[in-house]
Design a protein around this ligand. Structure first.
Ligand SMILES: Nc1ncnc2c1ncn2[C@@H]1O[C@H](COP(=O)(O)OP(=O)(O)O)[C@@H](O)[C@H]1O
Ligand SMILES: [Mg+2]
Length: 281
């Protein structure tokens, strides 16, 4: 049983019912250098487990999570645990307890695992009231990080690097983790490791998972939102979406019976099976 990373209480946060979304994004818009990148993103993140943010390359997924974190200028509503965050700068957004593992992982290759974790320690935090970095939780979920504390992060496998990236977000007793394409560019075997990393993390803290690997999404995410051309094109149950061949093809560019979607295996295996749905050049 995983111990809760949450601090005991926070009097400034209005009460929410267990059925309420933890994060509720409405009409999120982003304009950068005069370019309209997001034109109306709606997204609800469930208060437990994994919620997926899906969409083809260039749909606006990374921009949407950056907008939630305050890393790009945004308008619209971003309510987290009943508190409106849309006008806050990033350093105050993170204080409310949102941990972000960016698309490139943001690992310092020349530092050890322990040093990477130590750099992520935020110390005393107003909103969640936690003082001590939660090493017990990180080491309980990812014992390898303890065993490999002295190893240079650049020499870790892709899966182990994701443990560091996700471990850093858990260290700070966050109440939500946002992971942007954690399986991007990884070999199939490593993708399976990362799936395990995410499943373990989601036992402790709800996760918003940006992902193109539909087999992984099918396995982990109960609900999803799909972006297309900078707006939300679909929201709902992940299994239902992936069971709908036509909708999956239209929204995600891949049929749900495709091996990428984790559906029934084809009679003849493809010569060079591809597990990730990564289609960037
Ligand atoms: N800083 C930026 N300046 C100009 N265009 C950008 C910027 N960031 C993202 N874009 C564009 O916005 C669109 C959405 O990008 P992104 O959010 O990275 O999509 P995704 O993560 O879904 O692949 C793309 O067309 C991308 O080229
Ligand atoms: Mg992206």
């Amino acid at each position: 049983m995983i111990s809760s990373p949450f601090s005991s209480s926070s009097s400034s946060v209005p009460p929410t019912s267990p059925a309420d979304p933890l994060l509720s994004v409405r009409d999120l818009r982003v304009v950068i250098d005069g370019l309209h990148i997001l034109h109306g993103v709606d997204l609800d993140v469930a208060p437990a487990g994994v919620t997926a943010l899906l969409g083809r390359n260039g749909a606006g997924k990374t921009t949407a999570v950056k907008a939630v974190m305050g890393l790009v200028p945004r308008t619209g509503s971003v309510r987290f645990s009943g508190v409106e965050l849309s006008s806050l700068p990033t350093h105050l957004v993170v204080r409310h307890g949102i941990g972000y593992a960016p698309e490139d992982r943001g690992i310092f290759a020349g530092l050890t695992v322990a040093e990477n974790l130590r750099l992520a320690e935020r110390g005393a935090r107003g909103e969640t009231g936690a003082d001590e970095p939660n090493y017990p939780l990180v080491h309980e979920l990812f014992p390898e990080l303890k065993q490999r504390a002295g190893q240079l992060a650049g020499t870790l496998s892709g899966g182990q690097q994701q443990m560091v990236a996700i471990g850093r977000t858990l260290l700070n007793r966050n109440r939500l983790i946002i992971a942007d394409e954690p399986t991007k560019g990884l070999a199939p075997k490593i993708v399976a490791e990362v799936a395990e990393v995410l499943a373990r993390a989601a036992e402790a803290v709800p996760v918003l998972l940006v992902e193109q690997n539909l087999a992984l999404v099918r396995r982990l995410a109960g609900t999803c939102a799909v972006l297309a051309d900078g707006r939300t094109a679909h929201r709902g149950d992940t299994a239902e979406l992936l069971a709908d061949e036509e909708a999956a093809r239209r929204l995600l560019g891949v049929g749900s019976r495709h091996p990428l979607a984790g559906g029934p295996r084809p009679a003849v295996a493809p010569a060079a099976p591809v597990v990730t749905a990564e289609v960037k050049p």
